[in-house]
Unconditional design. Structure first.
Length: 255
């Protein structure tokens, strides 16, 4: 199983893009602006998108993919998996003919190029030898993380979240975890803002990470542009017993 980081930032600038992970060549976890780094041929291979939550930095590429790949998707639609609340937000606020055409009804309702499928926390989906499980997290809107396993190797992604028990309990049900992508959007100086926005900062993450029973490599995502080094230093200081790595666009992990 190969994981390619297309984007993992809490914002944008040159060479920095928002969250999207390409699993092998056909699965996206989130579809932020990082998707724009794919070639057209690479985009054509994507079959499934698993969304963590409805915020723009995690869904921005979905409407653009549906438009760009329209002709190819008529024969085999792009399938988006997300919680019911996220699906509702996509229908009401994106695919509403005002912000974007409703590609769930184009070219017609019976042959649409985009399918939105509800997935609930605890559900899992098997896709060509890979199992993708949704796990509930805590965020400003209904949010989810994912545990992905193939041939005995696994990784997890928290999505956007803050202090919670559900994500850790969901991971602890599994026998192993080889790699963890977890967010820390703010530096400790912005503790109150992190709490208001339902994000981690290093000191909040340091309180939660010990809930994980698996000692694994930890890659920090969703760092605010310009604050990356500060946040990583604080994470390493607060979590000295963990292997902490800053996640960057272009990183590739072979599991």
């Amino acid at each position: 199983m190969k994981v390619r980081v297309l984007g993992c930032s809490g914002g944008i600038n040159r060479d920095v893009a928002t969250t999207s992970f390409l699993v092998d060549d056909d699965i996206l976890i989130d579809a932020g602006t990082g998707v724009c780094d794919l070639t057209l041929d690479e985009m054509r291979r994507i079959r499934h998108i698993f969304i963590t939550h409805s915020h723009l930095d995690h869904i921005a590429a979905i409407p653009l993919l549906a438009d760009t790949l329209f002709d190819e998707l008529i024969a085999r639609p792009l399938i988006v998996h997300a919680q019911a609340e996220t699906i509702k937000a996509l229908r009401e606020h994106i695919f509403n003919w005002t912000i974007w055409p409703d590609f769930t009804k184009l070219p017609d309702a019976g042959n649409a190029v985009l399918k939105l499928e509800v997935m609930a926390a605890g559900d899992s989906l098997a896709l060509s030898g890979r199992c993708v499980e949704m796990i509930r997290v805590s965020h400003a809107v209904p949010g989810a993380g994912y545990y992905v396993e193939s041939a005995g190797r696994s990784f997890a992604f928290s999505g956007d979240t803050t202090t919670n028990d559900t994500f850790w309990a969901g991971l602890n049900k599994h026998a192993s975890l080889d790699l963890l992508f977890i967010e820390s959007a703010f530096a400790d100086e912005d503790l109150e803002l992190a709490k208001m926005a339902f994000h981690y900062c290093p000191q909040l993450l340091a309180l939660d990470l010990p809930k994980l029973n698996h000692k694994t490599r930890v890659c920090i995502s969703h760092l605010k542009p310009g604050c990356e080094q500060q946040i990583i230093r604080q994470c390493r200081s607060a979590l000295p017993d963990w292997d902490i790595q800053q996640l960057k666009s272009g990183d590739i992990f072979q599991l």
